[in-house]
Design a protein around this ligand. Structure first.
Ligand code: DI6
Ligand code: FE
Length: 405
């Protein structure tokens, strides 16, 4: 059995994100991997031998920027059809809430998902996952939430798992049965929450289809008490929780999530300083979703200063979904997090790598260090800030997932 490494990048400008601050830049760096794990990352002149004697394959990247694989920690990218017509309605003045109350919004995607076969759903979702992969994403979180009954929620989560197998990328799945009230439960929200907690969640947990549980705690979603019941059911089945919290109003969802030691609370435009303090104390990650903020033309900004002050790790994600954030570039989400929310480019990159990994409860990726997964991207760029600077532009030069690519 050869002891040669499977791959080695040299002449790289490596941003490791390995420390709690700064890019962790290594000039004239080298990164080697074997059996899907990083075996060396550091200055070239510290390599334990000549490159040709160390590795089967060597790639000199001529000073190009190399980063950890990007992690998109909040997406709804499995769905059918589109909601471009709603987009036009919103631009003509209709509000997101009014469209939802009139039976559009999430529920219109529910009809499309229920009508699609599992293979059709996979075929429509794969191009979106491929777009993220080309943009440097090596791990993606994918939620259910457009099925809203046991069979269709399970169908969505099976499609999510198949995307990981088909593309060879990391996929973490999240059960979001408490996303909206299905038409057949109109006016009977508590009955539907009973179905979610007592039938859907147990079946999905027993089938191993979900890595976490999420809910939409909002005036047009579910109440604080209904959300608490979903969290208690998740806890009974040993699943961690996340929450769509304080997107359009303050119900107290973020603090409730913190009280359940949630992996993350997401959106957060309407949290207050006490919510940020509770999240900091609990280690709950703040997932910022500037795509939805921009597409809904929101005006209330998440309190970044407060999140920083309370040491809340901030992640950035696309929230890729057909209604509020049809966004297929995590780098564009990073750019919007800087220009709209005033994150620094370093915070944005950390938010799409190390902090995104934490939001998914993953410790084997998100920065570059010996022993971690060889999820690595080489860019046709030099400065780490360029990842948030360019709006669109050069896709990744080389994406390596688990040592392959
Ligand atoms: N908040 C959002 O922005 C998305 N879900 C949620 O809870 C919207 C999803 C959709 O409109 O399809
Ligand atoms: Fe979302």
């Amino acid at each position: 059995m050869s002891n040669l490494w499977d791959g080695l990048l040299i002449d790289a400008r490596i941003a490791t994100l390995a420390d709690t601050a700064g890019y962790g830049l290594i000039e004239r760096g080298a990164l080697g991997w074997q059996d899907g794990r990083i075996v060396f990352v550091g200055p070239m002149d510290e390599l334990p031998g000549a490159p040709g004697a160390l590795s089967r394959h060597i790639d000199s990247v001529d000073g190009a920027l190399v980063t950890p694989g990007l992690i998109d920690c909040h997406t709804h990218l499995v769905f059918a059809g589109d909601r471009a017509r709603e987009f036009e309605m919103r631009l003509q003045g209709a509000s997101y809430e009014a469209i939802a109350k009139a039976g559009g919004g999430i529920v219109s995607s529910v009809h499309a998902v229920r009508a699609a076969s599992e293979d059709e759903l996979l075929a429509q979702s794969l191009p979106r996952a491929r777009a993220l992969l080309r943009d440097g994403v090596t791990t993606v979180e994918i939620k259910s939430g457009y099925g809203l009954d046991a069979d269709n929620e399970a169908k969505m989560l099976r499609v999510a798992r198949r995307i990981g197998i088909e593309l060879g990328i990391g996929v973490r799945t999240t059960f979001l049965g408490a996303h909206a009230l299905p038409p057949e439960y109109a006016g009977r929200a508590d009955d539907y929450v009973n179905l979610v907690c007592n039938r859907m969640l147990p079946a999905i947990a027993d089938a191993g289809l979900a890595d976490a549980v999420d809910a939409f705690c909002e005036g047009i979603g579910f109440s604080l008490e209904q959300t608490r019941r979903v969290f208690e059911a998740a806890r009974r089945h040993g699943l961690p929780v996340k929450l769509h919290a304080e997107q359009l109003s303050r119900l107290g969802g973020a603090s409730l999530a913190a009280s359940f030691a949630a992996l993350s609370a997401d959106h957060l435009e309407w949290i207050d300083d006490d919510d940020a303090r509770a999240m900091g104390a609990a280690g709950t990650v703040a997932v910022l979703l500037p795509g939805a903020f921009v597409c809904l033309r929101e005006t209330r900004l998440p309190p970044i200063t407060s999140l920083r002050a309370h040491g809340v790790p901030m992640a950035v994600a696309t929230d890729c979904n057909p209604g509020t954030s049809p966004l297929l570039s995590l780098r564009l989400a990073m750019a919007l997090a800087c220009t709209q929310f005033r994150l620094t480019p370093e915070e944005a990159l950390r938010g799409a790598t190390a902090h995104a990994a934490k939001a998914l409860g993953l410790s084997d990726r998100g920065h570059l260090a010996v022993g971690l997964r060889a999820d690595v991207v080489a860019w046709d760029l030099r400065e780490p800030a360029e990842l948030a600077y360019w709006l669109g532009g050069p896709e990744a030069r080389r994406v390596i997932v688990g040592g392959i690519g």
